[in-house]
Design a protein around this ligand. Structure first.
Ligand code: DHB
Ligand code: MG
Length: 248
């Protein structure tokens, strides 16, 4: 694995050199706060990472400490229905479902290969977990209207109490805008990768993903339906951060 900031390859000004200390702190704190015997589905989660790597998926899954933080967020809110946009290999979905007994996870993946690998990884967790994770293949812009029909039109499932947006960054704001009506009051919406090693505040950084990060920060900040903060973080995956927005 590269020792450079993972999200910023090819742009030397933003290659934030990862400190080995960040990875050591993750390893130390996870080992104390989530020792192996308190890690639900530990082997399933490890297998998901290994299988995703072997099947050629990019190494951009949510870091374990961050996935745990999201899982605890669901636990703190007694979330019964969570949504993820950008399944990749299903690691985060598996984490959320493993830490939260009974919670259902809806997750959307546009890439058929990623979708197939995520199904393998989720099936590997056994029938109980697999029955609580619903992976939909398609572009979120196509799938979200179907979910709206199911949730609001037909009342087939509950509104979401937790949303994690971790997909194509150019559509960040559109996804936030479209999921708000599908959320309960008090739901928490996270948008990954908005800090981008500091590119967020570099006026010369105008790649599509950075523009998508800036747009979502600006528009969430002006939206009376939300109250939000950006949290910067460092860790084994480098320097980045996410929006946390609460639906008012
Ligand atoms: C990339 C995407 C992600 O969602 C992430 O967490 C890290 C990197 C990427 O496309 O490079
Ligand atoms: Mg991400």
């Amino acid at each position: 694995m590269s020792t450079q900031g993972y999200a910023f390859q090819g742009d030397s000004r933003h290659q934030v050199k990862k400190s080995p200390t960040w990875t050591e702190v993750d390893a130390y704190t996870l080992s104390r706060l989530q020792p192996a015997d308190r890690r639900p589905n530990h082997s399933t989660l490890l297998s998901a990472l290994r299988n995703s790597h072997e099947k050629g998926l990019p190494d951009i899954s949510t870091a374990p400490a961050v996935a745990k933080m999201y899982a605890l967020q669901c636990r703190a809110n007694s979330t019964s229905h969570a949504l993820e946009i950008g399944t990749l290999g299903g690691y985060t979905s598996l984490y959320l479902a493993s830490v939260n007994p009974g919670m259902r996870v809806m997750t959307i993946e546009v890439n058929p290969h990623h979708h197939a690998v995520s199904l393998e990884n989720i099936r590997n967790g056994g029938p109980e977990i697999a029955s609580r994770i619903d992976v939909r293949l398609g572009a979120a812009l196509d799938v979200l209207p179907l979910l709206e029909q199911e949730i609001i039109g037909e009342g087939k499932s509950e509104k979401f109490g937790f949303v994690y947006i971790d997909a194509d960054k150019a559509n960040n704001w559109t996804y936030v805008d479209k999921v708000i009506p599908l959320c309960k009051k008090g739901a928490v919406i996270y948008v990954d990768n908005v800090v981008r090693g500091g590119k967020l505040v570099d006026p010369d950084a105008i790649d599509e993903s950075t523009l998508g990060a800036r747009e979502v920060v600006e528009r969430v900040g002006r939206d009376p339906r939300l109250d939000a903060v950006v949290m910067q973080f460092v860790g084994e995956k480098g320097y980045d951060g996410m929006i946390m927005a609460v639906v008012l």
